[in-house]
Design a protein around this ligand. Structure first.
Ligand SMILES: Cc1ncc(COP(=O)(O)O)c(C=O)c1O
Length: 366
């Protein structure tokens, strides 16, 4: 079997049969000619399917070592596609420390449509077991978590799910298949905001779900088509261009993040560092108080203050007022997300420049 980087470059990227173009074209079409009613070449309308979706799906499935993948309009589009596997009255057990937008989707949309959620500390797998009810249909894991970068035991939690015929999904956005393959650990689905590391250049929004289950793939495709959760062909093409360097980028994100962690560990203004030991995300609390922390993160040269993560350029974020503002303060306090926590998405720039940037900005607060 080909290696990760080979698959990233070649899967779903066969040269165009008609022209020999090495890079498959963008099928920027909404509809397809039919030979006679309902007789076509496998495509009828781009809300349902498009060759650029299939190319990107082939690549993501290969990297996740999955049989199938389904692409969506965004990470949240993919999450809605997964929730659409359920029906009113079903119950979901989810880790409590997760992306604020996912929490908002569960609480402000899911609950209105009759889904029930129990949030547990996913660090202890047994908590999933304890939260099971008669109507539990899905376990939701996010690991590493956003923004506290906690890890859960996918294998143990997926095993609990399987024994009770409960589906399990892992939001694999932070780890990417380069560092973690949830399906190999027993999960039914691996979900991505491809907006992040998979796209890798902060220029496109997208989502995907990988699975080995053909029934789930059919249902996910149905959700995409019936709810209008489809991406654009161009966005898929762009995401696939980014995906080709995923392995190279993840190595560099990680190398830089480790250097930054070892610099911050020795800095006297650092209170707490969250780093799972791999990947490019680092969360930090500074001994500065909230107002000074906000001033600090607005003053970097190379860490741009912005939502999102996983691009080649370094970003910094204040979860309490930005990515996790949609989570009530009480829910944030419960998971230990303090108002002074700062989340860094470490880019692929030269580590020396990034460290100088941090050192220089922090020196103004000494
Ligand atoms: C872990 C995680 N999952 C899902 C999402 C949602 O993805 P999107 O913004 O592409 O809808 C995000 C966005 O930040 C995220 O960080």
């Amino acid at each position: 079997m080909a290696g990760f980087n080979t698959k990233a470059v070649h899967e779903g990227q066969a040269p165009d049969k008609e022209t020999g173009a090495v890079i498959p074209p963008i099928y920027q079409t909404s509809t397809y000619q039919q030979e006679s009613p309902a007789v076509n070449k496998g495509f009828d309308y781009t809300r349902a399917d498009n060759p650029n979706y299939r190319n990107l799906e082939a690549a993501i499935a290969a990297l996740e070592e999955a049989d199938f993948a389904a692409v969506f309009s965004s990470g949240l589009g993919a999450s809605l596609g997964v929730l659409n596997l359920l029906q009113a009255g079903d119950h979901i057990v989810s880790g409590s420390d997760l992306y604020g937008g996912t929490y908002r989707l569960f609480k402000q949309w899911g609950e209105r449509f009759g889904l029930a959620f129990t949030f547990v500390d996913a660090v202890h797998s047994i908590n999933f077991s304890k939260a099971i009810q008669k109507n539990t249909k899905l376990f939701w894991m996010e690991t590493p978590t956003n923004p506290l970068l906690k890890i859960c035991d996918i294998q143990a939690i997926a095993k609990i799910a399987k024994a009770k015929k409960i589906w399990s999904v892992v939001d694999n956005t932070f780890a990417t298949p380069y560092f973690q393959k949830p399906l190999g650990l027993g999960a039914d689905m691996s979900l991505h905001s491809t907006t992040k590391y998979i796209g890798g250049h902060s220029d496109v929004i997208g989502g995907a779900v990988a699975t080995n289950n053909s029934e789930l793939k059919k249902k996910l495709n149905f959700a995409r088509m019936a709810l209008g959760l489809n991406p654009s062909p161009f966005d898929c093409w762009l995401t696939q261009r980014g995906l080709k360097t995923l392995g190279l980028r993840m190595e560099r994100h990680q190398e830089n993040a480790k250097k930054i962690v070892s610099f911050l560990k020795r800095h006297r203004l650092v209170q707490r560092i969250c780093y799972p030991g791999f990947g490019g995300m680092v969360s930090v609390e500074f001994k500065l108080g909230i107002e000074k922390t906000k001033r600090l993160i607005s003053s970097f040269q190379f860490f741009t203050l912005a939502e999102s993560l996983g691009g080649v350029e370094s970003l910094v974020n204040h979860p309490a007022t930005m990515t996790h503002a949609s989570m009530p303060a009480s829910a944030r306090a419960k998971i230990g997300l303090s108002d002074s926590l700062v989340r860094f998405s470490v880019g692929i720039e030269d580590a020396g420049d990034l460290i100088f940037d941090l050192e220089d900005a922090l020196a103004r607060f000494e």
